[in-house]
Design a protein around this ligand. Structure first.
Ligand code: PLP
Ligand code: ZN
Length: 425
């Protein structure tokens, strides 16, 4: 089938911004907090209008990128940033399924996301397209690494100036993968939560478009595209379980919203019954701890300490909503230790040929725990959200992976090596 062009305007379906707590509505603007109750704002849509227009067949005819679900994304004008983002592979993982102990296992592989190899490209394409609509010439973000990469790259491609704020001790590849795009990168001596607090002040003072602060209600909607793709790639059949990594808690909250939306629109019929499970590293697991303690409220972690730096947010902005999404779906949460994260990275690579960053190790590590605890049954279908690329976080693997054996360029030396291999096996 020849793809037809992406629909260029969605203004009719994006109604307003709405407070998640008191329901007060606001016009579409770069704001993120309710003036009345300080609740977070989110995008409200005209679902009746969308239902009349959006069918599985219409979607199927569109180009294979995240904008095939454009009516459910919050732009009022054309896509100006990140037109090619999305539609990453959903890989059937039978070899890994045997190791994990489930009937059907799939990897949603955002480790190969265009252009910066993490799911953050989805949220950034929305945030920066929206920044262009609002007329910002400078965009910015507070980041644990992947958002930094994506804002820097997409801003460069759009001709926007970018200021990027990160904890100064991020992985070298994450830093290099930001500075290369010419962004102004500022390393803060402190945790991500301290970076974020500073950015809230800067955002108020400088009037820039901060992807995850004043543009957050729009930005966060981009994560829904991962959930829409999972369903469509499964033929609109909802899996029994989805496991997602959590930092600020936005991705998992938006997967839940997306599943409810597709049911409401008749695109799927049981996606809201899919159990959503959250994964964090044991060294920074405020959301997991709340779920496992049966608490709604998050106790912030003051000093995160884990190799999964991309998930190291001690005081997650959407933590409360992430807990709700997990509990309402009937899911649970788990937090693997750093050694378990490293083992999971190796297991995924060795069974499926997929190299994930530490966040993906957290997701698979959590899956193993949840199956072990009986939270996920052996007869289930499970999707793991692998959200970032292994080449960005190689440091924890260096001490545990074997070094290549070195020989002279002589057949005899290779023969000896093979002979010693067959003795070992
Ligand atoms: C690779 C990766 N996966 C998952 C997440 C979690 O995203 P959220 O903050 O939406 O919970 C992040 C956040 O930075 C990330 O970098
Ligand atoms: Zn409110």
């Amino acid at each position: 089938m020849t793809p037809v062009a992406s629909p260029k305007s969605t203004s009719t379906f994006v109604r307003a911004l709405k407070c998640r707590e008191c329901g007060h509505e606001y016009p579409k603007a770069p704001i993120h907090v309710c003036e009345f109750c300080f609740g977070p704002l989110e995008v409200a849509y005209d679902y009746d209008g969308i239902k009349r227009k959006l069918t599985r067949e219409t979607i199927a005819q569109r180009p294979t990128n995240m904008w095939r679900y454009t009516e459910l994304l919050p732009l009022d004008g054309p896509v100006t940033v990140g037109e090619h983002v999305g539609w990453t592979p959903l890989v059937r993982a039978d070899r890994l399924a045997k190791k994990v102990g489930v009937r059907e296992l799939w990897i949603k592989n955002d480790a190969v996301s265009y252009p910066t190899l993490s799911f953050k490209d989805r949220v950034v394409s929305v945030a920066l397209s929206k920044a262009m609509e609002f007329g910002f010439d400078t965009v910015a973000c507070a980041s644990t690494g992947n958002l930094a990469n994506s804002v820097a790259a997409n801003a460069a491609a759009a001709g926007l100036k970018a200021y990027i704020f990160i904890p100064e001790d991020l992985e070298p590849s994450k830093i290099l993968g930001t500075t290369v795009y010419g962004a102004r990168v500022v390393g803060i001596r402190g945790t991500y939560d301290e970076v974020n607090r500073l950015c809230s002040e800067i955002s108020g003072k400088y009037g820039w478009g901060f992807a995850n602060i004043n543009l957050r209600p729009f930005y966060a909607e981009g994560s829904k595209s991962q959930a829409f793709e999972i369903l469509e790639q499964l033929g609109w059949r909802a899996p029994d379980h989805v496991i997602a990594p959590m930092a600020g808690g936005s991705l998992i909250t938006k997967i839940r919203k997306a599943f409810e939306e597709t049911d409401k629109l008749g695109l799927s019929d049981s996606a809201s019954r899919t159990k959503l499970h959250g994964a964090q590293a044991a060294g920074c697991a405020p959301i997991v701890e709340a779920v496992r303690a049966g608490r709604e409220l998050i106790k912030p972690v003051k000093q995160p300490c884990t190799i999964a730096k991309s998930l190291a947010i001690g005081n997650p902005a959407d933590g409360y909503y992430a807990v709700k999404a997990i509990v309402q779906s009937g899911g649970y949460a788990a937090a693997p230790s750093d050694p378990e994260i490293v083992s999971a990275i190796r297991l995924l690579a060795e069974t499926e040929g997929i190299f994930t960053e530490t966040a993906g190790g957290v997701t698979l590590g959590a899956a193993l725990k949840l199956v072990g605890e009986g939270r996920i049954g052996a007869d289930s279908s499970v999707v793991l959200c692998v959200t970032g690329q292994g080449l960005k976080t190689t440091d924890p693997l260096v001490p545990v992976l074997p070094r290549p054996r070195t020989i002279a360029a002589k057949l005899a030396e290779f023969d000896a090596l093979v002979a010693s291999d067959s003795k070992d096996s």
